[in-house]
Design a protein around this ligand. Structure first.
Ligand code: AMP
Length: 410
C-alpha cells in the first residue's frame, strides 16, 4: 500500500514524499481511514510505529476543508493532549512537516517556560494546538484557549498520562471541549483505568491494536548480559568501547543513577547528554538537540523523561537497569529500530533483576539472546551443599559392590 491509496490530498502527499515517506506503517494503514470517517478510535500502539502521522495526517486532511483563511483569526479545531513537553514539541514538529503545503497553523504549549509568549501565539490564532495537561489548564483558566470550534480531540500516550498522575486533568480537559467532537485515544498499553477512561469519553469507538512484538521489536537484536551489580559500569564502558558505535540511549531507573553514570562516562572521555525530570526545560531540550545534532553520541535518561521522544537513527539502547514493568522494556527498545530500521538493545541484568527478565520475555513472546562471553560474567549460583546427615534408612545404604568401587575419603 502507498500513501496515495489512502485518499490524502496532493499537498499532504507532496510533504510526505519530500520526507521520503512512501509506505504507510501498519498503524497508519489502519487508523487513517477510520479517522477520515470521523469515527472515535482507541488505538493500542507503541511509539516508534508511526502513530503521530496516523492521527496528524487525517486531521490535517479534514481541516483543509474547514480552515479559516490565513488572515482571519484562526480558531482551534484540533487539540492534542500529550503527557510530556518533549513529546508535545515533537508532535508539533510532525504537524508542521506534514502541513507544510497548507495554511494550517499549529503550536505546542507546555510548562516550564513563561506563559506570555504562548498566550501571544494563541491570541494570533492557531488551527491545531498541542498541549501538556497542566499548561493547557492554566491557559484555559486564563481565557487564552477557545475550544468552541474544536472538531477533534487526541489523547496521546494515555497510559503515560496515568503513570504521571494526569488522568483527572485529562478528564477536565475533555469536559471543557464541545460535546460533539471526534475523540482519538492512543495508548501503548491498555490498563483497566485507561479502558474505563475510553468508555467514558469516546462514543462507540473503533478499537485498533498494533502488536508490539510484531512491529516494534521484530527488527531489534536483543542481547542479555548477566553481570554483578558492582560491575555494571565496567561492562557498560566495555560495550561502549568494543561493541557499540553510533547514537546510543542508556536507560537508568533513577535520576541519581543518570547523574552518576553521566559523570563516569564523561571522565572516560565519552560525549554524553542526559535527561531526567529534575532538569530544567532548557537543559532537557538541549540534551535532545545535542543527540540529534551529534554533539553528543550518548543520551542517558530515565524512562518518564525519554518516553515518546523520537530521536531518529538511534543505533543502540542500553538497559543499564532493567525495568520492573515489562511494557517499559518495550518502550525503551522502541527508541532503536524505529519505522522499519534495524537496531540493537543491550540489557544488563544483575542477580536481583532476574525475575524481570521472565516477565519481559513473556510479553515479547520470545527469549532474549544471552551473551555469556564478556569480561564480567555473573557467577552461577553455587549448588547448595547437602547437609551431612546419615540416614538409618536401609534403602539409602549403598550396596556392598558399590562400596567396594568407591574410595572413601575417610
Ligand atoms: P512515531 O511512532 O509517530 O513516534 O514515529 C516514529 C518515527 O517513524 C518518526 O521518526 C517518523 O518520522 C517515522 N515515520 C512515521 N511514519 C513513517 C512512514 N510511513 N515512513 C517512514 N517513516 C515514518
Amino acid at each position: 500500500m502507498q500513501f496515495s491509496d489512502l485518499s490524502l490530498e496532493a499537498n499532504i502527499l507532496k510533504a510526505l514524499t519530500e520526507n521520503k515517506y512512501h509506505t504507510p506503517t501498519p498503524v497508519q494503514q489502519e487508523v487513517i481511514p477510520v479517522v477520515l470517517e470521523k469515527k472515535d478510535v482507541v488505538v493500542t500502539s507503541q511509539t516508534g510505529t508511526g502513530k503521530t502521522a496516523a492521527f496528524a495526517l487525517p486531521i490535517i486532511q479534514s481541516l483543509l476543508k474547514v480552515q479559516d483563511s490565513e488572515k482571519s483569526g484562526k480558531k482551534i479545531k484540533a487539540l492534542v493532549v500529550s503527557p510530556t513537553r518533549e513529546l508535545a514539541i515533537q508532535i508539533q514538529e510532525s504537524f508542521s512537516t506534514y502541513a507544510k503545503y497548507t495554511n494550517l497553523r499549529s503550536t505546542a504549549v507546555f510548562g516550564g517556560i513563561s506563559l506570555q509568549p504562548q498566550k501571544d501565539i494563541l491570541a494570533k490564532g492557531v488551527d491545531i494546538l498541542i498541549a501538556t495537561p497542566g499548561r493547557f489548564i492554566d491557559l484555559h483558566k486564563q481565557g487564552s484557549i477557545d475550544l468552541r470550534q474544536l472538531k477533534t480531540l487526541v489523547i496521546d500516550e494515555a497510559d503515560l498520562m496515568l503513570d504521571m498522575g494526569f488522568i483527572e486533568d485529562v478528564q477536565k480537559i475533555e469536559e471543557s471541549c464541545p460535546r460533539k467532537k471526534q475523540t482519538l485515544l492512543f495508548s501503548a498499553t491498555m490498563p483497566e483505568t485507561i479502558s474505563q477512561l475510553a468508555k467514558s469519553m469516546l462514543l462507540q469507538p473503533e478499537k485498533i491494536t498494533i502488536n508490539p512484538s510484531g512491529s516494534t521489536s521484530k527488527n531489534i537484536g536483543q542481547l542479555l548480559y548477566y553481570v554483578p551489580k558492582r560491575n555494571k559500569t565496567d561492562l557498560c564502558l566495555h560495550l561502549l568501547r568494543k561493541e557499540i558505535n553510533g547514537k546510543i540511549i542508556i536507560f537508568r531507573r533513577t535520576k541519581l543513577g543518570v547523574d552518576k553514570l553521566e559523570q563516569t562516562l564523561i571522565k572516560n572521555g565519552c560525549s554524553v547528554a542526559s535527561l531526567h525530570g529534575d532538569k530544567s526545560q532548557n537543559l532537557r531540550n538541549k540534551a535532545i538537540e545535542d543527540l540529534k545534532t551529534n554533539k553528543a553520541s550518548i543520551l542517558i535518561a530515565t524512562d518518564v523523561a525519554a518516553r515518546g521522544i523520537d530521536i531518529s537513527k538511534v543505533d543502540a539502547v542500553i538497559n543499564f537497569d532493567l525495568p520492573n514493568i515489562p511494557e517499559t522494556y518495550v518502550h525503551r527498545i522502541g527508541r532503536t529500530g524505529r519505522a522499519g530500521k534495524s537496531g540493537i538493545a543491550f540489557s544488563l541484568c544483575s542477580a536481583d533483576e532476574t525475575s524481570y527478565i521472565k516477565a519481559i520475555q513473556q510479553i515479547l513472546q520470545r527469549p532474549l539472546t544471552i551473551i555469556e562471553d564478556h569480561p564480567f560474567p555473573l557467577a552461577k549460583p553455587k549448588p547448595k551443599k547437602q547437609p551431612n546427615t546419615t540416614s538409618n534408612n536401609s534403602k539409602s545404604r549403598k550396596s556392598t559392590n558399590s562400596k567396594k568401587k568407591k574410595r572413601r575419603w575417610y
